[in-house]
Ligand binder design. Structure first.
Ligand code: 3PG
Length: 395
């Protein structure tokens, strides 16, 4: 159920779960993306005359009231973005919360203190979920990026109130469905990042669903090593070679073409402007050589594969993109994907931690079809796991 199904909101209190787990330094928000994505839901509820009480977590205080993990510093930024006053309540349950909500006018907004200051939040304690629910008339979950957590404010509460997906949640789910649930074929995946071990379930799920799967980043080294290709002193999980071979066999059996690097950029040190050279896969490397990016022939193959695809799902960079020149493959491939998306010939969806920074670094986030704000939730969704926060909205 979405907000289209929520009727007669005037005077009602909407409890809205947002994800304000934003990067902060010295008490200042350094990236307000997650605040911005919450605005359409907040504004829509205000326009309908509802009171809006925002539920959110910040960091991992483990059930303690940790002052440096208060949500209070978010209020100023939110007020500026919203162009309206935002109250703050020192607790997310009890008299502080009740009074703050009671004193709101129709269309007023209050941010309740970090739900994780209560251990009962992460325990998904039904009594705590009931206390949260008692604060309002309806529940709106707009925090896709926290939907992989079965916590009281993301899951338990949905069983006590009429529950709806907010605007940002709906956009995330629509985009993810277009990328993997019900995609236009051929579908290509790009999966990068450091380790195979953290993305095993994801790779296993994807080979059953995609037409092509490109593997990059440090994890590609493990696959190359598993094929007997010299990777010198590169980062790799050499003990995962059997697993890599199993994934290759599974891909072959399921008709998913794996695109592994055919060349790479090698250097002896990871520092900006380091002397780097392209090397074809199979050439001998020395023990000091480290593979730090995909090479030009690999990039050319990826560009071709993208042009031949209708849908792209991307998680993880192709090289050490934080340290130029090892950002070249990620940037070139990202720009090509974004150009195809802009021309409406490719549905290009990316997400998960580093991917967002990599797409921002390439300057293409706005041209992609969709970039998820989620880290862990995006990965779990790519693994094919049901997300408790989403499932609770279907019940
Ligand atoms: C995130 O930043 O990915 C979400 O806010 C979830 O945070 P968590 O990993 O602490 O549950």
């Amino acid at each position: 159920r979405t907000l289209d199904d929520a009727k007669d909101l005037a005077g009602k209190t909407a409890l809205v779960r947002v994800d304000f787990n934003v990067p902060m330094e010295g008490g200042k928000v350094t990236d307000d993306t997650r605040l911005r994505v919450a605005l359409p839901t907040i504004q829509r509820l205000r326009d309908a005359g509802a009171k809006v009480a925002l539920l959110a977590h910040f960091d991992r205080p483990k059930g303690q009231r940790v002052p440096s993990m208060s949500l209070k510093p978010v209020v100023d930024d939110l007020e500026t973005l919203l162009g309206a006053p935002v109250r703050f309540a020192d607790d997310c349950i009890g008299p502080d919360a009740v009074d703050a909500i009671r004193e709101l006018d129709a269309g007023g907004v209050v941010l309740l203190e970090n739900v994780r200051f209560h251990a009962a939040e992460e325990a998904n304690d039904p009594v705590f979920a009931r206390k949260l629910a008692d604060l309002g008339d309806l529940y709106v979950n707009d925090a896709f990026s926290a939907a992989h957590r079965a916590h009281a404010s993301t899951e338990g509460i949905a069983h006590h109130l009429p529950a709806y997906a907010g605007e940002s949640m709906r956009r995330e789910l629509d985009a993810l469905d277009a990328a993997l649930g019900n995609p236009q074929k051929p579908v290509i995946g790009i999966v990068g990042g450091a380790k195979v071990s953290t993305k095993l379930d994801l790779l296993k799920n994807l080979v059953g669903k995609l037409d092509r799967l490109a593997i990059g980043g440090g994890m590609a080294n493990t696959f190359l090593y598993a094929q007997g290709i010299d990777i010198g002193g590169s980062l790799a999980e050499r003990d995962m070679a059997d697993t890599a071979r199993e994934i290759m066999a599974e891909a072959e059996a399921r008709g998913c073409k794996l695109l592994l690097p055919v060349d790479f950029v090698v250097a002896t040190e990871v520092k900006p402007g380091a002397a780097a050279r392209p090397v074809a896969a199979g050439a001998a490397l020395s023990a000091d050589d480290k593979i730090l990016d995909a090479g030009p022939a690999t990039v050319a193959r990826l560009l071709e594969a993208l042009t031949a695809s209708k849908t792209l799902i991307w998680n993880g960079p192709l090289g050490v993109f934080e340290v130029p020149p090892f950002d070249a493959a990620t940037v070139t491939v990202a720009r090509h994907a974004a150009a195809l998306a802009k021309a409406s010939v490719l549905t290009a969806v990316g997400g998960g931690g580093d991917t967002v920074s990599a797409l921002n670094h390439a300057g293409v986030s706005d041209d992609m079809t969709f970039v998820s704000t989620a880290g862990g939730a995006f990965l779990e969704w790519m693994e094919g796991k049901p997300l408790p926060g989403v499932e609770a909205l279907r019940a």
